[in-house]
Design a protein around this ligand. Structure first.
Ligand SMILES: Cc1ncc(COP(=O)(O)O)c(C=O)c1O
Length: 468
């Protein structure tokens, strides 16, 4: 128990914990310590840790217990309760500071609570938050225009024309799937019953709505909700030879992440994406690049596909996550061919495109598109890779492979990383996993090299602790 076993933490953390607990819930009773229940083993363990997970009688645990009955239990979370963020760090309710290699799962690309973004949110909240899509506002259009201009300037999707703004990644993919279905119907009305298939790939993650889930071929996510939407087919990433039978005249859409995030940071090869794009054109299928996790400069270019030749460019790009730096927003960018086939009334959203989210996203896109930031991403990616190399040397047999690009990186381990993730957290570093036995690194893009080295040092200590 943190309060009892570290005098330093008792002094520093308890008043903050008590304050925070009161702030977050009037009804919460902050537990008092009673040394009698502490075991010798617990004391020894906690004394060695700077950030031991909050114990059963902590303020954190009390708050979690109080809230749990009222929350649908869709997530299993570790014990800390986070109350504050700044730059590369998060603070828990017990006032312990954690270095964050997760950035809210590739969301807080400009770091936590960026002061400029926070000020913009406050200003726009006092000006106009929402007036509905029944009326014009200056910001939905400004964001759409900026996304298209920056996409063209970045060397990505050369025929990007228009954007549909929504609230999340799943919704961005949902819109993409609907647009592809509509485009197929309009283009070949006689074949509209057959040209409806949606192709995606093993280990893909496209979201949790029924359409995006149907293209997310993971039994854990799909099985409880079957039957899914009809006509979904699954291929293997980088299996170019299979494309002629996978993508056929019945295919209306192909969804692919240029770098699969949740699937374990698996990179689609340039040759595969080029062949896929060519095949889509042959059969008249809409090619959708899901850049929700890997896009918006995470690879060092605005889009992960921006270095590809024009012939490998998609018809649709979806984005979300970093677009709002934590403020919910998503977008579906389409080329002219798709845009022409979508008519008034075909699709819509109440909140999507609201002036608050869009104004914030405009500034975020401007900042994420800066060359200096993108160069930094590449440099910082190298710092991570050097750290992974040290891990590989120090712990033979542990690191099987390092994958990814820029600041979306995966370290394939030969074992379940759960113990390492916990050991890192208990030393003040947050990391997440992906796929099977992959440690995933998706930090803020503005994290300093010094912070990265600090985190890598903690990670090394954490791994060492799990070897004992
Ligand atoms: C590649 C990709 N697509 C789609 C989604 C779904 O986004 P959201 O959770 O915002 O609906 C995610 C979320 O992790 C993602 O990583």
């Amino acid at each position: 128990m943190a309060f009892r076993t570290s005098l330093r933490l008792v002094a520093a953390a308890r008043p903050a914990a008590a304050r925070s607990a009161r702030f977050y819930s009037q009804a919460t009773t902050v537990p008092t310590s009673s040394a009698s229940s502490v075991t010798a083993a617990q004391i020894k363990r906690d004394a060695a840790l700077s950030h031991p997970d909050p114990a059963e009688d902590s303020a954190s645990a009390a708050l979690v217990r109080e809230h749990a009955p009222y929350m649908v239990a869709t997530y299993a979370r570790p014990p800390p309760v986070f109350v504050k963020g700044e730059g590369s760090y998060l603070w828990d309710i017990e006032n312990k500071r954690y270095l964050d290699f997760t950035a809210g799962i590739a969301v807080n690309s400009l770091g936590h609570c960026d002061p400029e973004i926070a000020t913009l949110i406050a200003q726009q909240a006092k000006t106009l938050m929402h007036a509905s899509n029944l009326y014009y506002n200056p910001w939905t259009g400004t964001l759409s225009k900026l996304l298209i201009q920056q996409t063209l300037a970045s060397g990505g999707m050369h025929d990007a024309t228009a954007a549909f703004i929504c609230n999340s990644g799943s919704e961005a993919n949902e819109a993409a799937i609907k647009f592809a279905r509509k485009a197929a119907k309009v283009t070949s009305p006689s074949g509209s019953n057959t040209k409806h298939e949606i192709v995606s790939f093993h280990n893909a993650f496209h979201g949790r709505t029924m359409g995006s889930l149907s293209a997310t071929p993971n039994p854990k996510y799909q099985a409880p909700f079957a039957p899914l939407i009809p006509g979904c087919r699954v291929g293997t990433l980088n299996d170019t030879a299979a494309l002629p039978t996978l993508v056929t005249p019945q295919t209306c859409a192909v969804l692919v992440e240029p770098i699969q995030g949740e699937g374990g940071v698996q990179v689609a090869s340039d040759a595969f994406l080029t062949a896929l794009a060519r095949r889509c054109r042959e059969v008249g299928a809409v090619l959708i690049y899901d850049e929700i996790q890997c896009g918006l400069s995470r690879t060092g270019r605005l889009w992960a596909h921006a270095h590809l030749p024009r012939e490998a460019h998609p018809d649709v790009v979806t984005t979300a996550k970093a677009l709002g730096n934590g403020f919910p927003i998503g977008a579906t960018l389409v080329n002219g061919w798709v845009a022409e086939r979508i008519k008034v009334g075909d699709h819509g959203t109440t909140f999507g495109g609201n002036p608050l989210a869009c104004r914030v996203a405009v500034r975020i896109v401007e900042r994420l598109a800066e060359g200096g930031l993108q160069e930094g991403v590449v440099r910082k990616g190298e710092v991570f890779r050097e750290g992974f190399e040290r891990l590989r040397e120090r712990f033979p047999g542990l690191v099987e492979e390092v994958r990814g690009k820029g600041l979306i990186l995966g370290v394939q381990l030969s074992e379940d990383p759960a113990a390492i993730v916990k050991a890192a957290r208990e030393r003040g570093l947050l990391v997440i996993t992906a796929g099977t036995n992959t440690l995933r690194f998706v930090p803020s893009l503005v994290m300093s090299e010094e912070e990265i080295r600090e985190g890598l040092g903690i990670l090394e200590e954490a791994v060492a602790a799990t070897r004992k």
